[in-house]
Design a protein around this ligand. Structure first.
Ligand code: NAD
Ligand code: WQD
Length: 331
C-alpha cells in the first residue's frame, strides 16, 4: 500500500517508516520538521535500502496537504504529527489544541475528498486519566489534567464521528503506552531537544554524562517499591503494531492499546538499564512530579486477538537499544 506518514521524521514515525518499508509498503512522509530532522529519514533509507518521498509541509495547511493527496494514489494515512510535551501543553494550550486537533481535521478532510479510507491515529494512554489499571479499551475516558491529553481524546472523537458517516472507513485509534528504545542499528532513536521530560532519554543522557543525575519523581506511591509504574514498550514493537493494524483493519473504528501489559517501576527500569549496559547511574529520590499517576499499564488482549500483534522485545532490549543510539548520537 502507499502510506502517507504525517510526522514520519519524528521518533515513532521514523521507526514506523522502517517497519512499513520492510513489510513492502511505499512511504510518503509529510513533516514540517518542527521536532525532527531529515537526517532521520536518510537513516531510514540507509537501514531499509529503500526510497521515501518527503514533503516538508505543515499538515494543518489544507492546500499543502491536498497537493500531496493529489500527487499520489494514497491507500492509507498514519497520523503522528503533533506536539507531545505534556507540561508545555499546560502553558501553551492554544498551540496544542490547534496543532493536534486541526491536523487531524485537515488530514481526515483530505481523506474524505480523495476517497482514502484507511486512517491510523496516534493516541495515548493518557486518555485513560485516573482509571484503574490495567487500562482496557472499553473504559470510559476520564479527563486528563492537561490539554495534550484532551487533544488526543478530541481527535479520537472527531475520527469516530467522521467514520459514522463514511461507512467504508477503516480507522484505528492506537493508544500508545510508554515508547522507549531505538532501532537495533543504533541509527535512529529518540533525540529530544533540551532537557528530556521523559524517563528513558533522561537516563541515557545521565549515562552519557550530559546530565549529572536522575531525579526519581516520588518514592511513596502505592507500588512495588514506591516509584511510579509504567508500561514501557520498545519503539520497534510499537512500529510493527502499525503495520499489523494496516494489514488487519476491518471497517469501522477500532481502538487498540499498544503496550506490553506489564508494569515496570522507575527503580526497576534503572536497575535493568545498569545491568543491560554494565553502567552506573547516579540517582536521587525526590518529590512526586505534579500530574503524575501512580500506575499506568495496558490490557493488551484486544490487539493480540484482533491484530495478531504482541510486543516481542523485552526490557533488556529496550535499555540496550536506547543506550546504543544515545552513545553514537552526535546531536
Ligand atoms: P515526535 O515529536 O518525535 O514526532 C512528531 C513529528 O511530527 C515530528 O517529526 C514533528 O516535526 C512533526 N509535526 C508536528 N506537528 C506537525 C505539523 N503540524 N505538520 C507536520 N509535521 C508536524 O513525537 P513522537 O514521540 O514520534 O510521537 C508521535 C505521535 O505519537 C504524537 O502524535 C504523539 O502525541 C503520540 N504519542 C507519543 C508518545 C511518546 O511517548 N512518544 C506516547 C503516546 C502518543
Ligand atoms: C515515566 C515515569 C515519572 C522523568 C508521558 C506522557 C504520556 C506519554 C508518554 C505522550 C513516571 C518518572 C520521569 C524523570 C522520573 N506521551 N520520571 N524522572 O509521564 O508516564 O508519560 O510520556 O503521549 O502522555 O504523560 O512518562 O517518561 O515522563 O515518566 O522519575 O526525570 O518516570 O514520574 O513515573 P509518563 P515519563
Amino acid at each position: 500500500m502507499n502510506i502517507l506518514v504525517a510526522g514520519g521524521a519524528g521518533y515513532i514515525g521514523s521507526h514506523t517508516c522502517v517497519a512499513l518499508l520492510e513489510a513492502g509498503h511505499t512511504v510518503i512522509v509529510a513533516d514540517n520538521l518542527c521536532n525532527s530532522r531529515t537526517k532521520a529519514l536518510e537513516r531510514v533509507k540507509q537501514i531499509t535500502n529503500n526510497e521515501i518521498t518527503f514533503y516538508q509541509i505543515d499538515v494543518t495547511d489544507e492546500v499543502a496537504v491536498n497537493t500531496v493527496f493529489g500527487n499520489h494514489s494514497i491507500d492509507g494515512v498514519i497520523h503522528f504529527a503533533g506536539f507531545k510535551a505534556v507540561g508545555e501543553s499546560v502553558s501553551q494550550p492554544l498551540a496544542y489544541y490547534y496543532n493536534n486537533v486541526v491536523s487531524t481535521m485537515v488530514l481526515s478532510k483530505a481523506c474524505q475528498k480523495y476517497k482514502v479510507n484507511r486512517f491510523i491515529f496516534s493516541s495515548s494512554a493518557t486518555v485513560y486519566g485516573e482509571n484503574t489499571v490495567p487500562f482496557v479499551e472499553t473504559m470510559k475516558l476520564l479527563p486528563t489534567s492537561n490539554p495534550y491529553g484532551e487533544t488526543k481524546a478530541m481527535s479520537e472523537r472527531i475520527l469516530t464521528d467522521i467514520a459514522k458517516v463514511n461507512s467504508d472507513w477503516l480507522v484505528a485509534l492506537l493508544r500508545y503506552f510508554n515508547p522507549v528504545g531505538a532501532h537495533e542499528s543504533g541509527l535512529i532513536g529518540e533525540a529530544p531537544t533540551g532537557i528530556p521530560n521523559n524517563l528513558m532519554p533522561y537516563i541515557t543522557q545521565v549515562a552519557k554524562g550530559k546530565l549529572a543525575k536522575l531525579r526519581i519523581f516520588g518514592s511513596d506511591y502505592p507500588t512495588v517499591d514506591g516509584t511510579g509504574v509504567r508500561d514501557y514498550i520498545h519503539v520497534m514493537d510499537l512500529a510493527e503494531g502499525h503495520v499489523a493494524a494496516l494489514d488487519k483493519l476491518t471497517k469501522g473504528v477500532h481502538i487498540y492499546n499498544l503496550g506490553t501489559g506489564h508494569g515496570i517501576s522507575v527503580l526497576q527500569l534503572v536497575r535493568a538499564f545498569k545491568e543491560a549496559n554494565g553502567l552506573d547511574l547516579p540517582y536521587e529520590l525526590t518529590d512526586r512530579r505534579p500530574g503524575d499517576i501512580s500506575e499506568c499499564y495496558a490490557d493488551v488482549t484486544k490487539a493480540e486477538r484482533e491484530l495478531g500483534w504482541t510486543a516481542k522485545r523485552d526490557l533488556v532490549d529496550m535499555c540496550r537499544d536506547a543506550w546504543r543510539f544515545e552513545k553514537n548520537y552526535e546531536g
